[in-house]
Design a protein around this ligand. Sequence first.
Ligand code: UFG
Length: 311
Amino acid sequence: DNLFNSKQSVVGRIEKITGKPCPFIKCDLLDEGKLDEVFERNKFDAVIHFAGLKAVGESCENPLLYYYNNVVGTVNLCNAMKKYNVSRIVFSSSACVYGNDARPPISETAVLNPANPYGRTKKVIEEMLRDLTKADENLTVISLRYFNPIGAHESGLIGEEPNNTPNNIAPILLDVLTGRRKEFSIFGGDYDTADGTGVRDYVDVRDLAAGHILSLEKVKRTGFHVYNLGTGKGVSVLELLHSFEAASGRKIPYKITPRRSGDVDTYFADCGKAQAELDFQTKYNIKDMCQSMWKFAEKNLGKEEDADEDF
Ligand code: UFG
């Protein structure tokens, strides 16, 4: 991790949760020299590649930043893997590779037509990784297309805490609940959905984490493999808002504003392939996701520094 959008104190918390040492190296994938050192000094069975920028709006304003960081970073990582004979990689892809015309439930065979530079970096990386598997018969690539990840670890020790202003619904709702924002804006109340608000496939980060482990355990074949990770169920903005209210016991003041450009009414996964091939079954529902995020928020958000000794 280059700690661009995270804190080093998280490492100690991970050790607390797992009861195991968690060696950490601060390294940016764009720093080829340091990356080479990391691979030289360690022996890796596989790589799980989470390092990427992920804000859709920012990627439209600064596409070069996104192509440089996400695509070049992955090129550097693959070069190091090749040099040091590491032949398995799990890549964090995104449901946004499908774009806005995809009709739910969206399966892995849907046409890829991402609507923004961020999504296009994910598509380009997937294409590059697929090409690499064609040129190297020993290579295994597993690309996991996340739907809308929310939730936190149930200990309240680790969760989402963006350094910049959040763009995604869950951290914004938490900002309202913790008083950092006055009210929540629902982007559009006239969608063709049961309550008129947008519907998404929110998936708990704990289920996502399990999906990565399963993919490393279950995928034995070389080549390029792609899986959707979601719940297969759609939840509306209003349903999520009410679930955060229930979890926190607080009201969330909101107003309905015009639609956000580029948003679609309904987007959810067909998870059949991950279920069949990885035994991927989600354990956590919307209530669990909101409760875990609220627990993390209460313990951490708005606090000056991570007081690790408190835990
Ligand atoms: N929303 C609001 N108000 C807000 C923020 C969001 O009403 O202040 C609504 C959106 O209109 C949408 C839903 O909440 O209906 C979810 O919005 P997010 O911005 O949290 O997520 P998106 O579905 O737009 O996109 C996210 C990620 C992408 C990823 C995509 C895949 O930001 O990177 O999920 O499904 F690709």
